[in-house]
Each structure stands twice: as structure tokens, then as C-alpha cells.
Design a protein around this ligand. Sequence first.
Ligand code: BG6
Length: 469
Amino acid sequence: MGLKKDFLWGSATASYQCEGAVNVGGRVPSMWDTYLHDGGYETGDVASDFYHHYKEDIKMMADGGQNTLRLSLAWPRIIKNIKGEINEEGVEFYRDVLKTCQQYGITPFVTIYHWDLPQYLEEKGGWLNEETCYAFEQYAKVCFEKFGDLIEYWVTFNEPKWFTFNGYMVGNYPPGHHSAQEMIIAAYHVMYASALGVRAFKEGHYKGMIGIVHSFGPVDGIDDTLATKIAMRFADNYANNWILDTAAKGEIPFDLLCVLSQNYDLSCIKNEHLPIIKNYTVDFLGLNYYSRVWVKPYSGGETQLVVNNSGKDFKGESKIVIKGWFEQIMNNPDAIYTEWDVEIYPQGLQKGLKQVWEKYHLPIFITENGVGVREDITVDQVEDDYRISFMNDHISAIMNAVDAGVDVRGYYAWSTFDLYSWKNGVEKRYGLVGIDFDDKELKRKPKKSYYWYKSIAESNGEKIQRKDW
Ligand code: BG6
């Protein structure tokens, strides 16, 4: 079977993680700027300075055999204030970026929201306030109007689960809260806002397709017992279904709502919203795959949520136990983990792709996949064989799934170049291209993986060393 001829081979970035220039061109603060500055954390003020380097960066992608760039638009660069006034300078910046993509034959794959909520909206309650959903709808309309001629692939939200979970429950992303009730409200509002964005897109008859990007964690169980199967269902609802079912089928998983309704207030879910969620589902699914969710039955104790992305000095052991639901298996001696406790498990992608395809029958893009490591970037070329092997095995998993009939249309390495890895700072590196953040010029240095990926993209995957599990 093999990959289609027009398969998209590219890499991904996000506005706050790469642009820098936070006070340039009329951009106003985002919730991340305020939270990081107030907390004294490392910031993305400069990041990779894509704002000033985008021509060089996009050319480098094309030279590297890539035909697509996943990027996000910064809401605080486009909408100036609570009244919704447009910052034309920000619009011009993105039009230039998109035209540069066009010039180099790079298809832009554009996320409308990758976590940088304007601070003026956070001050009104952010994602806890239903009004933010309507502000998002207006912002999305501005994006469709201003950039619709240059974009074929739109994404409403990047990873609703990850930013609401970290922001409202774990508390290590802005706004830094610790409340399951708030996470439920924020998460629901994001999914409702996504449906409003899809409605605006469909009703405006813009060209192209619109989807959502999910932090995909296919669920595996420790054994075949009934208790594990029940734990797996809880884990699947927690990790995947409330986003994928809602976005793709327009249905919030009912068994999840039943369980939540026993302990939480679900009045944020209003009857008048439901037809919008039902009728405005996505055209495709973007899956960011870093690892599986491997679970066993809940054995006791309080809910514990420790995520190893809490700052560069934090070296904890990740732990997810949800009281009454499931426990995530970590530190298994037979598994391989990164320094940030992420299990390397390409087989999970192959299996997970088949499950998603069977369940939703929508085109799929792998919108992020990569490995974060510390690297010495002072050398001429980083010899990142570990990244090559990681990508090889994951692309092989995708090709196996395609051979089994799954409609996967593109692959995006995370990330195009080294960038700001949120609370981990800039030293957790994912890029195909290295950036020396100590160098004033922020010189770009392609790593070995950049050249390897070029040969893979140019051969449309033929040069992948196929693995079968
Ligand atoms: C995804 C996000 O969760 O994973 C990216 O979409 C993020 O924004 C990436 O950077 C890797 O996670 P981290 O925490 O290592 O940067």
C-alpha cells in the first residue's frame, strides 16, 4: 500500500515557544508571559526568535526536503484588547510568514490556539469563563478572514487535555490552579470553543479542512483481567475520549459524565451548547504522540499527579494515580524512558492509530512526535543518532498502520529547531536544527537528524528501516 505521493513531511513549532519578540509589533502579553515573569521562571521572551529569523528558518526546512510547517498564531499578536480590535501589524507578520512558506513550497498547517491566551482574557477568568469561548470564536473568524487565502489546514486547539490538566489540576502551567472542578469547566469550555470555531469555519465557506490536535496517549493494560479493563476505560476517558469523541463525533462520553456528575458540578454544560457540539465536528484528527498510557487497576490512596515538566531544576518521578479510576505504570524495569520519564514506545503509535481509525474513520495527521534531550550545541554538528532511531521507529509504526488501511496523511517532527520547552526551559531540546541560545545571533546548526530526515522525506519513507512488532 505505502504512503500516498502527497504525504506531508514536515516539522512543528508553536508561537510562544519560538517567536520571541514579545514586545514587538504590537503584541500584548499572554497568560504565559505574566505567569512566567511573576513566578521568576525562565521565559520565552527571546526563545528561537523566529519573529526575526522566519525567512531563514523556512528556507532551511525546504532545503531539508520538508514540504510542510506546523505553526501556531499568537492570539495576543492578532487581537489587541477585550474589545476585539485587530493588530494589523501582527496580521502582516503572519501573512509574511505564510507567503514565505508559499514561496518555498511549504504547506502551512496552522493552529489557532497553542496555549497563549491573552492576559486581558485571563484577567476575566480565562477558560473558566464562558465568554472566552465567544472571544475565541471572534478571534478564529478574524484568522479565517485574514489568512484564509493562504491556508489549507486549520487546527482549532492544540492539546486541550494537556494545557487544562497542567493549568488547572496539576498547577504547573498558568494559571497554576489545583482544582479538578476547574479543570472540568476549562476543558469543557475549550471543547465548546473548538466547536464554535468549526462552525465559523463551515459557515464562512473557507477553503481547506479544519481539525483539532490531541495529546494522544493510547491506553494499554497490565493484564487481561476485568479490573484492568475497567481501569483502561477510565484511563481512556481521561486521556483521550473526552477530546476525540467530542471533537469527532460531537458526543461527550456519557459514562464519563455519569461518573463526574456524582462529585462535580456540570452546569457549565448547557443544553443550548449541545447541538453546536453535535453538528460541528472536525474534518481530521491531529495526534501528537510521545508515549502510551500504560495502566493497572487503582489500588488505594488519594489522587496523585506529578508531571516531570515543572522547571529545569525539578527531577521528580512522574506519577498519575486517579482515586477510584486507575494508576499509571511508571518505572517499569523492562521499559525505556527519557530523562523526563517519557517511555519510548513506538508500538503504541501503531496500535493507537488503528484504534483511532476504527473508531472515527477520519483522516489523521501525526502533528508532533519527537524526543527531548540535553545536547551540547557548541559542536559543529550534533550527532543525534538517538533522535534518528526514535523517528525511524515511529515513522515505521505509522507506515505499518497505513499498510493496515489507516488514512495517515502527514508527519510532523517536534520540533523544526530547538525552542522554548515551556517550564523545562530551552535546554530540553527537540529540534532537527540546533540553536545556540547563548549566541547573540542565535545561530542555526542543522543536526544529523535534519539530513537524515531530508533523505526520508525525499524518498517518501522508502528509506525508513522498517520494524514490525
Ligand atoms: C506537546 C506540546 O505537549 O509536547 C508542545 O504541544 C510541547 O508545545 C511538546 O513542547 C513537548 O513537551 P515539553 O513539555 O517537553 O516541551
